[in-house]
Design a protein around this ligand. Sequence first.
Ligand SMILES: [Mn+2]
Length: 297
Amino acid sequence: MDHTPLFLESEFAQRPAEDAAFHIIPVPYEHTVSYGAGTARGPAAILEASNQLEVFDGTGCPGEEGFHTYPAVDCGGGPETVFPRIMTAVGEAMHHGVPLVLGGEHSITAPAVEAVQQAVGAPVGVIQFDAHADLRDEYEGSRRSHACVARRLHGDLGTPLVQIGVRALSPEEIVYRSTVANDPSAPVIVAHDAAVLVPEGITEIVLPEGFPELVYVTIDVDGLDPSVIPATGTPVPGGIGWYQFLSLLTSIAAQRRIIAADVVELAPIAGQPAWDYAAAEIVHRTIGIIARSRSAS
Ligand SMILES: [Mn+2]
C-alpha cells in the first residue's frame, strides 16, 4: 500500500499526539452519488501538496510547534454513521491542541463544531469564509447538505456566526438573516459580504461585542476568488483575494482565541496541482496565524 502523506512531513517529523500543537484530521467525506469524484479527494491532495510547502510561512515557522496527522476518518456510510466518527476524532484532538480538519464537503463542519463545543463546555462562535451563506434549512431533500451547514451551526447548535465573503444567496437565506437580525433572543449573524469587502479592499473586521471568546474558523475554499482556487464544486466570481484573506483572518485571531479550524470543499482537478497547493497553503497560513496569536496572548 502507498504511504499516505502526512502534513509537511518533508520538513517536520510527525510528533506524537500528546506532543503536537496542531492536529490535522483528514475527513474525505462526500455524500453524493458521484462519491470519489470531487471533495472526497481533497484531504489526500492537501496532504500531498503540503510536502511542497516552505517551512517559513512569511512570518515564522509554525511547524516548530509540532504537527500530528491523524489517519483519515472512515467516511463509508451516511451522515448518521460518519458524523459521530468525526466528532470522536475532533474531540480526541481537542485534548491535545488545535484540530485542523481537512474536508471533504462542508457539511462536516457541523459535527466538528459540535465536538469542539462539547470539549470546551463553553459558547463557541463560528467564523465562516464562504461564497455561499449555507443557511438553507434543507437542500435537495437533505438537512445535512453542504448547502445547509451554517444553518445547522446557527439554527441547531446555537452558535453565533460571522460570515465573510458571501456572494451567492437564496431568497430563503436573505429572509433567515433578517429574521435573525430582528430577533434579540437569537444568536447573532453578522455578514461581511464580498460585494462590500472586495471593492472596498477591507482587510480588518471588528467582531461584535459579546461574540464568544472561543472561536472555530471554517474556511470553504470557494470563499476565496476562483482566481486563487477554481478547484471547487461551486465557484463564484468576485471573491476575496489571497492577501485580503490573510489579513482578515489575522484580524480575527487578534480579537478572539481560535481553538479549531477546517478547510473544506477542495475538489482537486487532475493534472492541476496548483489549487491543491493553494489549499495546503491556506491550512499552513491558518496554523501560522493561530500559532502567533496564541504566543502573543
Ligand atoms: Mn460552504
